[in-house]
Design a protein around this ligand. Sequence first.
Ligand SMILES: Nc1ncnc2c1ncn2[C@@H]1O[C@H](COP(=O)(O)OP(=O)(O)O)[C@@H](O)[C@H]1O
Ligand SMILES: [Mg+2]
Length: 365
Amino acid sequence: MKVETLEIENFRNYGRLKVNFDDKVNIFIGKNAQGKTNLLESIFYCCIGKSFKSCKDKELINWDSDAARIKMTTKKTYRTVTVEARLFRSQKKIIKLNNLPIKRMGELIGETNVVFFSPQELKLVKESPDERRKFMDIDISQSNKRYFYQLTRYEKILQNRNKLLKISKSLDAVKETIDIWDRALVTSAKLLATERQKFITQILPYAQKAHSYISGGKEVLDLKYVCGCNTPLDETFEEKMEKLLKKNLEKDYKLGYTSIGVHRDDIDIFLNGVEVKNFGSQGQQRTVALSLKLAELENMFNLNGEYPILLLDDVFSELDKERQARLIKFVGRTQTFITCTDEKEIKGVVYNIQGGKIQKITKNL
Ligand SMILES: Nc1ncnc2c1ncn2[C@@H]1O[C@H](COP(=O)(O)OP(=O)(O)O)[C@@H](O)[C@H]1O
Ligand SMILES: [Mg+2]
């Protein structure tokens, strides 16, 4: 898929603008704090319905305005998709898909697929399991709407179960009603865990290939899905997890939350059998994070028959020349948006970004 045009009004530090993009590589050059990341954020927002930063929608509205609007038109193989998002300070946002307002965010997800990478994505490898679950969720949802709805359902069930644990006056009072939540939780957990395990199996060969390509083939990457349900993923899963929930009930009641479930899932990442999170160097962690992102591209192509759009924010400054060159070669297969502070030896259409204004400079082909 290819983003053809983007219209922005009062989003972050932008006023009003309309840009047409190139099918292949679009390079945004500008000094710090000029709006490069903000531009990628507006594209990402039209794909996923939220920012890649953990921030509130209202923070996206220009400080001097009461509302923001982004409209993006994307050409897919067989049709064109238009997404329009309007954000307000004093009312709920409105998102339109092909000019019709959507009722649930699930309607938007998967329409325009995207992969985002920035130096901050190192947290995917380095930080808490939260980041790795977010990675799985955003990726799987883009090719599987049912997963997205199931995830929302799981979160609601979990909230209800936790609320019951917190507000009940005694353990006996919890026992009276917990069964319905437990049953719903295990059914939902099984569906999510199955999809997550499948996802890790699917991306592993792509991630290994990308990793060996970017790093020059010195180490072998391995990924392992770690299910937070502490239950084998087979036909006995539901029964066994329900038993485990019962066994942990007293503990959960004291804690005031549910201690097992897919909300505790993680991915273990290894290089030559050694865990990267604790023992990898910064450079190794960076290459692994990038490989996971490139694996997403290939996996989405395999599942959907189309490459997603690729957003690379400030990535090149972090890589040595050799890795830069390898990444550029890899990038050639999909429409890519690159930001950087100075010119790079990359073929593409170059835009200057300064103070929330965009100027197309050259076709650097
Ligand atoms: N809601 C907002 N309204 C106006 N300006 C904003 C808003 N949010 C962020 N900014 C400004 O945007 C600029 C940062 O833009 P960013 O895209 O991160 O820059 P960079 O070009 O370095 O990637 C900062 O100057 C910041 O103050
Ligand atoms: Mg930036």
